[in-house]
Design a binder for this molecule. Structure first.
Ligand code: GLC
Length: 538
């Protein structure tokens, strides 16, 4: 790949920059657990507004809010009952509008989550469908049948068909509280375009598209055989789904400034994945390949190569993601013997070495921030929060846990409210002393923002320094490997910037350089220890 002569040093990207999304740092905000402004134990918009300064200082360009809409919270808000209103526990629409403009005044854009595959069973359409008779137009917006035509398995285990009192059954790829919409119905298409306009009109800079590959179903609803040709699977990644995103792109492009479409696309085949990123579809999608790989030099190198190669032909930048609200926290995962991630293998009682995991997470933070493309940071990763693995059973909320009959620990452990200050729960999360909706561990005083901000060796200090330095790389997407041992990821982004990540088990010499810009661990006798990254100027 050709390298630019010099990396350009940019100040904070101007809000008018149409290419802001190509290299943006996007902070994933799980609103229930970020900060509680009204003292009821649940995070809210007031809490976010009170901490915009923290996000500015951290150095992020955009916030992605997991769903903040009215919802019975059967799946943490991914069961939306009304897209045009905010969940009352989080605040009101006017506050969301205020937040969007206050953040923008600080140069921080807002991305919201849309969940097109399904709605809540309390959504007015589904209520109307239940109230109407079998065969009625109201039922045609969903998948109602007289008897289950297949044995599709839910993404949360168990069946995908639930019977209603009049005897019909409806489809849900997730929980029964999340009925799947019928995307062949014109109302469904029109409504979602209107929802996009509703929020674009309110200044949001983009949408994260939930379960983006699942929308279209084969109308014959056949069983999954397992040997379907690409694009022909009965409920995943069907070729027709791309028409939906082409029409969404046209809506986004009709607005001034760039309104981005970011896909949640879990897709093992890199080409099927980047099909979603063709120039008239989405702008970017989460690179889960990198996130699910173990801490292993060859594996990460291969992932970087294959993702950059897959993105190049469609002209889209890659994204780099270490975790999110669905997966095991980074420091916990990297401290495990098997440090890859897979939903199917999550189990209680899997040992981890948090000191090791934290060293690797620090190295991974710099590595991912050095790669070309946009960077996602899940709230709390900048503090190095571990997965909370010993939540009391009565506190757990995640349907993934319950639908596995308690075998899968679920996703609550990465959703525990953030610790801000002080020595005991709620660590400043709640304005008052209210206990958070998920209990925080008693040893989290070491992870509070207050504590870490005053420690130059903390994860927070590392993230702040890394994001500030990263800005000096913005503006070019050059990337080239430099010669190194196989377990060392050594590359340049041009302009004399070099990243060296040591995944071997011994200290290594650094390439010749003028200065050490930043390190995840101090050098030892001039060498880079194992599980560490150094940023160099050469
Ligand atoms: C996505 C979300 C996840 C949610 C699911 C169903 O995978 O990230 O949290 O449970 O979709 O909407």
């Amino acid at each position: 790949m050709e390298l630019p002569v010099l990396a350009k040093a940019h100040p904070s990207p101007s809000t008018a920059d149409p290419l802001w999304w190509r290299s943006a740092v996007i902070y994933q905000l799980y609103i229930r657990s970020f900060a509680d402004g009204d003292g009821d134990g649940t995070g809210d918009l007031a809490g976010v507004r009170a901490h915009l300064g923290y996000l500015k200082e951290l150095g992020v360009d955009a916030l992605w809010f997991t769903p903040w809409y009215a919802s019975p919270l059967a799946d943490g808000g991914y069961d939306v009952s009304d897209y045009r209103s905010i969940h009352p526990a989080f605040g009101e629409l006017e506050e969301a509008e205020a937040l969007i403009s206050e953040a923008l005044a600080l140069g921080i854009r807002t991305i919201i989550d849309v969940v097109p595959n399904h709605v809540s069973h309390e959504h007015e359409w589904f209520r109307a469908a239940l109230a109407a008779a079998p065969g009625s137009p109201e039922r045609e917006r969903f998948w109602f049948v007289d008897s289950p035509p297949n044995s599709w398995v839910s993404n949360f285990q168990g069946g995908t068909w639930t019977q209603v009192p009049d005897g019909q059954w409806y489809l849900h790829l997730f929980t029964p509280e999340q009925p799947d919409l019928n995307w062949n119905h014109p109302d469904v298409r029109r409504e979602h375009e209107e929802v996009l306009r509703f929020w674009f009109d309110r200044g949001v800079a983009g949408v994260r598209i939930d379960s983006a590959a699942l929308l279209i179903k084969d109308p014959a609803l056949p069983d999954v055989r397992g040997d379907e040709a690409p694009g022909q699977h009965p409920n995943t990644d069907r070729d027709e789904v791309h028409d939906v995103y082409r029409s969404w792109r046209a809506v986004a492009d009709s607005y001034p400034g760039t309104r981005v479409l970011v896909g949640e696309v879990w897709m093992p085949d890199p080409v099927r994945f980047t099909n979603y990123l063709r120039p008239d579809e989405m702008h970017t999608a989460f690179n889960f390949d990198f996130m699910t790989r173990p801490w292993d030099g060859a594996q990460l190198r291969e992932s970087i190569d294959s993702m950059l190669a897959a993105h190049a032909p469609v002209g889209a930048p890659s994204t780099w993601v270490l975790s999110n609200h669905d997966v095991t926290r980074t420091v916990t995962r990297y401290g495990r013997e098997d440090s890859s991630f897979a939903f199917a293998t999550k189990r209680f009682g899997t040992p981890t070495d948090l000191a090791l995991g934290t060293r690797r997470a620090r190295a991974a933070a710099l590595l991912s921030a050095a790669l070309p493309g946009s960077l996602y940071i899940y709230q709390g990763d900048e503090l190095g929060l571990p997965e909370v693995e010993d939540l009391p059973e009565g506190a757990r909320q995640d349907p993934m846990h319950f639908r596995s009959e308690g075998v899968d620990p679920g996703r609550d452990g990465c959703r525990v409210p953030l610790p801000w200050a002080g020595g005991r729960p709620p660590y400043g999360f709640s304005a008052g002393d209210a206990q958070p909706w998920l209990p925080q561990p008693h040893d989290w005083a070491q992870y509070t923002v207050e504590h870490e901000a005053s420690d130059p060796g903390s994860m927070l200090s590392l993230y702040r320094a890394a994001l500030a330095l990263r800005r000096t790389l913005e503006g070019d997407e050059g990337f080239a490997w430099l010669e190194s041992e196989p377990d060392v990821l050594c590359f340049t982004r041009g302009g004399g910037f070099v990243n060296v990540t040591n995944l071997s088990d011994r200290p290594i010499d650094l390439p010749e350089h003028d200065s050490l810009l930043l390190g995840s661990t101090p050098l030892v006798d001039g060498q880079l220890p194992p599980d560490a990254t150094a940023w160099l100027r050469t």
